[in-house]
Design a protein around this ligand. Structure first.
Ligand code: PPS
Length: 570
């Protein structure tokens, strides 16, 4: 198979038309795109999602969800939808043009709204992601982040989203096509990745290209990947180091601003179509490609070879060939990487490998990473951004009823941590936050959520920058706590501590006299009396406080932090 490198259609208008359209679009109703929608829009506009011409119509959406095809029959496995709030959707008329803006308010495109509907999200979760289970990142997004209504319609591109980082490494499909044309690369194997590359990856990609007698494109995703992944800045610096290890002029790297869904088999087919659009002829699909990890029962969402099977079944129609990902291992006696299934003398040699989990553990604990496993430049980069856990920032998030003892324990913990020294400590106590950060808020569900999200935001910034944030709000709603956990876990550990003092005991203590007022109906929506509290199901620690000293409670938290490697036993 050789590539056809003719340009593919883009959705952009010419420069002059774009200037004019931009002025006109300033008067349109605007939708502020989410980070995921910006990624989707970029690939829609530059042809990465060819043959899509905009966000899916209702008919195309139904057909994609049910049959992996657009309503005209073309293969397309992933619903690319514009989700918005009910409130925004209500104000629109069918046929109306809207402006699509990035997060700074820059108009990137206009869209003619041809469709507006309320999707059956549970069905989308089942059919597209395989299960209606919030443990799947895309299902979680669907239920807990995406708006209730979808809008569909053709997009007119005005300008590309601006990227200030690694500009020279970002290529549209047509830019890559013309690069391949210029270089005479008629066969190109694409390697998709969201992880740093180590020696085994370098070996397997090099072999894959050699076997297909093709050139190699390292095509990492730098849009949105799985929560908790190494950030793309670090990864790209690592990739650049690895790029030098390939024979000159055989390999290139380009960054793909894709928002992954971690949809396993469907995602593999989607990735293949996107690479086809970028001018590639081959695509490496590995074991558990774009796998989201395990579901809420602890089982994998997809079988390990489901993605390969689905890709293989469609590769002819897609016009891009699958290359098997070889499981490469280090053979100590021969001091080289070999494909596991090609080693004949397995019993006579020492086979070495380090799993992703083991690598993370070694990085977290500052342990040695052998040279046979990775390149020193890569390890250095990873260590620079991921110091051992005992030097990273983290958040301790106390939750419990009013008067449960959260603030007192949090205070004691703060003092103990400050005594230890090493990292700055900030206490975001419920009452303090309500004075400074959330002074205008009341206790409706909406306001409580806003309050907790603000606390979460500040804590995530502290965590990101290597400090310790101690939060002590009531935080009564499980979904909000989960969202905060996700925000923070992107940067460091989130330690949820449920201060499990019973409501009866809190009411008996009634230190602020609020329970009395709540019983008398003088304070409305009072947690535990007239407003719900979702008991945390799996907190890192649950503290019983009755007849237990504050000092002891704080000490239990310290022990937990120590067992998690967050504070080092010096
Ligand atoms: S929340 O739900 O997490 O936003 O609450 P939080 O910011 O932690 O604020 C709780 C403190 O406000 C006082 N208070 C109330 N609590 C619960 N429900 C109602 N309706 C209410 N009205 C006022 C109460 O003193 C809480 O203080 P703590 O420190 O938890 O005892």
């Amino acid at each position: 198979m050789q590539n056809n490198l003719a340009p593919i259609p883009e959705l952009y208008v010419s420069y002059d038309s774009a200037q004019k359209l931009k002025l006109e679009a300033a008067d349109l109703v605007s939708h502020d795109l989410t980070p995921r929608q910006i990624c989707d829009l970029e690939l829609l506009m530059n042809g990465g999602f060819n043959p899509l011409k905009g966000f899916l119509s209702e008919q195309d959406y139904n057909s994609v969800v049910e049959d992996m095809r657009l309503s005209d029959g073309s293969l397309w496995p992933m619903p690319i939808t514009l989700d918005v709030s009910e409130q925004f959707a209500e104000g629109l008329e069918i046929g109306q043009d809207i402006a699509l803006r990035d997060q700074e308010g820059v108009i990137l495109a206009t869209m003619t709204v041809t469709d507006r509907w309320e999707p059956n999200k549970a069905n989308e979760a089942e059919k597209v992601f395989g299960a209606d289970d919030d443990k799947h990142p895309a299902v979680n997004y669907l239920h807990n982040q995406a708006g209730k209504i979808y809008l569909g319609g053709p997009v007119t591109g005005i300008q590309q989203p601006v990227h200030y980082d690694f500009r020279a490494r970002r290529d549209t499909p047509n830019e890559l096509r013309s690069y391949f044309r210029k270089m005479g690369w008629r066969k190109v194997v694409a390697f998709q990745t969201r992880n740093p590359l180590h020696r085994a990856h370098q070996e397997l990609t090099f072999r894959a290209a050699r076997e297909a007698q093709a050139n190699l494109l390292i095509h990492p995703v730098v849009g949105l990947t799985k929560p908790g992944d190494v950030d793309h800045f670090t990864r790209v610096r690592c990739y650049e180091a690895v790029l030098d290890k390939y024979p000159a002029a055989t390999t290139s790297m380009s960054l793909l601003n894709l928002a992954m869904r971690m949809a396993g088999p469907r995602e593999a087919v989607w990735h293949g179509l996107i690479r086809k659009n970028h001018g590639c002829t081959h695509f490496i699909v590995g074991r558990d490609h774009a796998g989201p990890g395990s579901n809420s029962k602890g089982e994998d969402f997809y079988g390990p070879y489901d993605a390969q099977d689905l890709f293989r079944a469609h590769q002819e129609e897609m016009g891009i060939e699958m290359v098997d990902f070889k499981h490469m291992v280090w053979v100590q006696e021969r001091a080289q990487y070999e494909a596991m299934d090609e080693i004949k003398d397995k019993d006579d040699v020492t086979i070495l490998n380090i799993s992703g989990t083991e690598l993370r553990r070694r990085l977290q604990e500052g342990l040695e990473i052998p040279e046979w496993f990775s390149f020193p430049e890569v390890v250095k980069e990873l260590r620079r951004t991921k110091p051992p856990r005992s030097k990273q920032g983290f958040t301790v998030f106390f939750t419990g009823f009013s008067g449960s003892g959260k603030s007192t324990i949090a205070n004691a913990l703060m003092v103990k941590l400050m005594e230890m020294g090493g990292r700055p400590v900030t206490l975001l106590d419920g009452d303090l936050v309500r004075k400074n950060l959330s002074s205008e808020l009341g206790f409706s569900k909406e306001h409580r959520d806003l309050n907790i999200r603000r606390i979460g935001y500040v804590a995530s910034e502290i965590t990101k920058n290597g400090g310790i944030a101690i939060c002590a709000p009531i935080a009564p709603y499980a979904t909000t706590r989960r969202a905060v956990r996700e925000d923070i876990e992107a940067f460091g550990a989130f330690v949820e501590v449920h201060v499990a003092t019973t409501i009866e005991e809190c009411e008996r203590r009634d230190r602020k006299g609020l329970y009395k007022l709540a019983r008398e109906g003088k304070i409305k929506e009072f947690t535990g009396i007239s407003d719900p509290y979702d008991v945390p199901e799996n907190p890192e620690l649950r503290l019983q406080t009755e007849n237990i000293e504050v000092d002891n409670c704080a000490h239990q938290v310290l022990l937990k932090l120590e067992s998690m490697g967050l504070i080092a036993a010096e």
